[in-house]
Design a protein around this ligand. Structure first.
Ligand SMILES: NC(=O)c1ccc[n+]([C@@H]2O[C@H](COP(=O)([O-])OP(=O)(O)OC[C@H]3O[C@@H](n4cnc5c(N)ncnc54)[C@H](OP(=O)(O)O)[C@@H]3O)[C@@H](O)[C@H]2O)c1
Length: 292
């Protein structure tokens, strides 16, 4: 297959590109502020540019891994969140439809309120935050404009190697290596998803030409964030006693968190014969900040 990945420089996009290539697919990826050599620099708002690439390329699918992904930032800038997470993805899905290309949109557990989780794909969304609202609206628009073949992949708590070192895995490792205490919420429950597991799940969804909504996330939909931090510490032989479990309210985050917002993944397990392996990256890859 021939696949275009918007946001190939991000955490999810880079793992997806790597997995697709390993499985023998042809991939074209884009970046925005980071500029890895093998990627094309292209803004999501450059709809003409996206149209031209799809027109030339006969792509089977375009995966939208780009967007405004910082939940607290979205709370401060809801109009920007709506533009990059919802309006532009909808327009891009419309372009895909015109070129007979499947539109795939990465969405989030933040579409749920986290009051009665974990949730299956048929759970009732009720986002609490500007980020969650923009993602739910993005899902609707991609399905509306991308047509029947569009695919929505919801995930949460993605961790893995990335040059920006911004995901939770790095937060825990950096803090504990400096022998500093780290406060982590004990009342936020949900899946921790290894980026490699997510990438394989998306590859299988594409290969099996699935459409509609799928949850692709890690093994334990009820894992407490503080326990996850402790298990990361144990895995990398760091001092888990430095993890300080605290209530979410203590963080005073801008964006409200869906505290019990885990994702159930039975649909993907049954239809794809996929299951998360939950393997943390090897230490030497992480410590060198090495790419895949
Ligand atoms: N990570 C998670 O835990 C998680 C959980 C649930 C859902 N998701 C969803 O999964 C998707 C990917 O997330 P991620 O963690 O991989 O995000 P990320 O690491 O923040 O990557 C975002 C990507 O979007 C690109 N981008 C940002 N602004 C852009 C613009 N104006 N035009 C074009 N590209 C732009 C970035 O390019 P540069 O880096 O080159 O600037 C980067 O490639 C998002 O839709 C997110 O909502 C992620």
């Amino acid at each position: 297959m021939k696949i275009m990945v918007l946001g190939g420089s991000g955490l999810v996009g880079r793992h997806l590109m790597s997995c697709l290539r390993k499985r023998g697919h042809e991939v074209v990826g884009t970046c925005w502020k980071q500029e890895p050599k093998e990627l094309t620099r292209l803004s999501m708002s450059n709809l003409k540019g996206i149209d031209a690439i799809l027109k030339r390329g006969e792509f089977n699918a375009l995966v939208i891994c780009s967007g405004f992904t910082w939940a607290d930032g979205c709370e401060n800038k809801p109009a920007k969140a709506r533009l990059y997470n919802s309006i532009l993805p909808g327009k891009i899905a419309g372009i895909c439809r015109r070129h007979n290309t499947k539109a795939v949109y990465l969405s989030s557990s933040y579409v749920f309120d986290g009051k009665r989780g974990p949730y299956s794909e048929t759970g009732r969304p009720n986002p609490l935050s500007a980020y969650g609202k923009s993602k739910l609206d993005g899902e609707k628009r991609v399905r509306q404009f991308g047509g029947k073949n569009a695919l929505i992949v919801r995930t949460m708590g993605v961790m893995g190697c990335e040059p920006r070192k911004k995901n939770f895995l790095y937060t825990v490792i950096h803090q504990l290596r400096k022998k500093k205490a780290l406060s982590v919420p004990y009342d936020q429950r949900g899946n921790i998803t290894c980026a490699t597991d997510l990438a394989l799940g998306i590859c299988l969804l594409l290969e099996k030409n699935k459409k509609g909504v799928f949850h692709i996330a890690g093994k334990r939909p009820n894992a407490r964030r503080s326990e996850v931090a402790q298990s990361i510490a144990r895995h990398y032989q760091l001092n888990e006693k430095l993890i300080r479990p605290v209530a979410t309210l203590e963080f005073k985050s801008k964006a409200p968190r869906p505290c019990n917002g885990g994702l159930l993944t039975e649909k993907a397990r049954k239809q794809l014969e996929w299951q998360p392996l939950n393997r943390w990256p090897e230490w030497n890859l992480l410590s060198k900040g090495k790419e895949l």
